[in-house]
Design a protein around this ligand. Structure first.
Ligand SMILES: [Zn+2]
Length: 575
């Protein structure tokens, strides 16, 4: 039985939000929150001896594809993946299936085994969000939230083109509230709409067919709307030209669009106005596949001069995986290269999507460059608070490989071993071999929990171990006094892969690397109204759009709160 109070004694604590760097101290838990250790008596509490162990806040993942129709389509589409890592029912746990697209139970359990407790679903089309909520509701242990895809939306493009930002903000507020979503997501702005015509976008200054608006106008418009609303998280983007040689120039142009734009959260304390997802996937130079090279160094150089931008890595892990994205035209390109099976979908008025299996091989020069590009950005960006761990699960590899990515971040030796297995031309196409930096455990704690909590605007109660925070704690069997991550990266990878303990809001959910229980989950969403009068006006105008173009009626479109398990509205008063 889990007691209401837990005392974690004498661990080496890494808690960057509170600037605690490996200090030996006690962490106390009462009623699901972190409390002052003096307030918890040893006799009344479950005592965990953490001597010689690492103690961190529960991990926070800012970008992972774990719930919704495209994830589920990926499962059905790849029975060969579903047959990997099967684990039957047992000890109160549900059956697990799948490696790169695990079922929802495996998703919750495996994140918990890594010491993660909060995971944001990276992309949900409004019309499909009911399904996304159904899957999040069924995902055990984790606190979650989802980003709503809004950039290729017909209504939004019309408002932004007309410069009607107030109306757009009123509409976005209604959409977030109706779909019970956390933030605004953009995927290949304009490109998805053009894909409906069999075309794409090749620069941020291109025009969207019929709507006659550019990606740059969509991006700046949505950053502006995001800040007018004061959302906890910044605008979150998957840039144009993902995956292509030379794409880094588009990335730098996209970065530049946020320059001088406001930063005004009404909840939380983020200091960025743009989050660029899976940066690895567009940090490439070269004219074509033959001259493909990493420009991770150029991307990092830009980040070093612009603190208003954060990125997550989308690090390649050299696995057989399943790519899935709302970037429909990109998936078309990918299947034309690897000739494997392909799903292509259109979501009326809103977005598109695609799914293609993919195998990343170190002997492929392109894949090796991709691997190097992600690490270059991580290692050459000086401020780790701008960096967040991700594999863009499952696109560059499954999230279960995060400990392996940490291994590469903390150890030059580990990188050299991998470089030796890569295509021999890699050193000519990337600076990875010459980089000496090795992350400290403190920096690992930043990029796996603290920076994401801050960028999401939830650092008041997530991603740290200060008094009043959610009692989400991970304990790892690694002794920083006796073990050196740089020289023993495999030991750290092993420790991070199977947490000794994971505690979620005061409940012990993992013990000795095994899942032992569940914890009440929450789904965070922005409960926001921009301007009641204006919203009424916008909805009146929308009735005609719905009647004319959508296959659903407007009254069936919103999702009621009762539909969610653990619904946790974040109240935001905009005006
Ligand atoms: Zn993604």
């Amino acid at each position: 039985m889990t007691k209401h109070m837990i005392l974690i004694k004498n661990g080496f604590v890494y808690d960057p939000i509170n600037k605690i760097d490996g200090e030996k101290m006690d962490i106390a838990i009462k009623e699901g929150k972190i409390v002052d250790p003096k307030k918890v008596k040893e006799k009344e509490a479950k005592v965990i001896d953490a001597r010689g162990k690492v103690v961190m806040p529960g991990g926070v993942d800012i970008h992972s594809h774990v719930a919704g129709p495209k994830v589920n389509a990926g499962r059905l589409f790849r029975p060969e993946d579903g047959r990997r890592q099967v684990r039957p029912f047992g000890q109160g746990l549900r059956a697990e299936t799948g490696f790169s697209v695990p079922n929802v139970f495996a998703t919750g359990y495996r994140y918990a085994q890594l010491g993660y407790t909060t995971v944001m679903e990276a992309a949900t089309p409004p019309l499909k969000t009911r399904h996304t909520h159904e899957e999040m509701s069924d995902t055990p242990i984790l606190d979650q939230g989802a980003y709503l895809i809004l950039d290729n939306n017909w209504v939004i493009m019309e408002y932004l083109k007309a410069g009607e930002y107030e109306k757009c903000a009123a509409f976005v507020a209604w959409m977030l509230r109706s779909m019970k979503c956390f933030g605004i997501k953009s995927v290949n702005p304009g490109g998805d709409e053009n894909w409906g015509w069999g075309k794409n976008i090749s620069s941020v200054r291109d025009r969207v067919i019929y709507f006659d608006i550019s990606p740059a106008e969509i991006i700046q418009g949505l950053i502006r709307v995001n800040e007018m609303l004061g959302l906890p998280h910044s605008f979150h983007i998957h840039c144009n030209n993902l995956g292509l040689p030379g794409s880094y120039t588009t990335t730098l142009e996209t970065f530049g669009l946020s320059d001088g734009m406001p930063i005004s959260p009404k909840v939380g304390e983020r200091s960025q106005n743009l989050h660029v997802a899976h940066i690895q996937f567009y940090s490439y130079g070269g004219e074509d596949w033959k001259t493909f090279e990493s420009k991770g160094d150029e991307v990092a150089k830009y980040l070093n001069n612009h603190s208003n931008i954060t990125v997550c890595l989308g690090q390649v892990t050299f696995d057989e995986t399943t790519t899935m994205t709302a970037d429909g035209p990109f998936e078309y390109l990918l299947q034309s290269i690897n000739k494997l099976k392909w799903i292509n979908r259109d979501v009326e008025l809103e977005t598109s999507s695609g799914i293609v299996p993919y195998i990343y091989r170190p002997r492929s020069l392109v894949n090796a460059v991709q691997w190097a590009a992600g690490l270059e950005v991580a290692l050459l960006t000086k401020n780790p608070w701008q960096i967040m761990m991700s594999t863009d699960h499952p696109n560059a590899g499954p999230f279960t490989r995060y400990p392996r990515v940490v291994k590469w971040l903390v150890s030059k030796k580990a990188r050299e071993e991998t470089i030796a297995k890569c295509h021999e031309t890699l050193p000519n196409r990337s600076s990875i071999a010459s980089i000496d930096r090795e992350y400290t455990l403190y920096e690992v704690a930043v990029v796996t929990r603290a920076s994401a909590a801050e960028a999401l605007g939830i650092s008041g109660f997530k991603g740290h171990l200060g008094v009043g925070a959610d009692a989400d704690v991970a304990i790892y069997d690694f002794n920083p006094e006796k073990q050196d991550p740089s020289r023993e990266p495999e030991a750290l990878e092993k420790a991070l892969s199977r947490a000794l303990y994971t505690i979620k809001r005061g409940h012990i959910v993992v013990e000795n690397g095994e899942v032992v229980g569940d914890a009440p989950k929450r789904v965070f969403w922005a409960d926001i109204c921009f301007d009641e009068e204006l919203e009424k006006q916008v909805l009146d105008e929308l009735h005609e759009t719905f009647a004319k173009y959508y296959t659903v009626s407007m009254s069936n479109y919103p999702i009621s709160e009762e539909y969610l398990v653990g619904s946790t509205p974040i109240k935001i008063t905009s005006k």
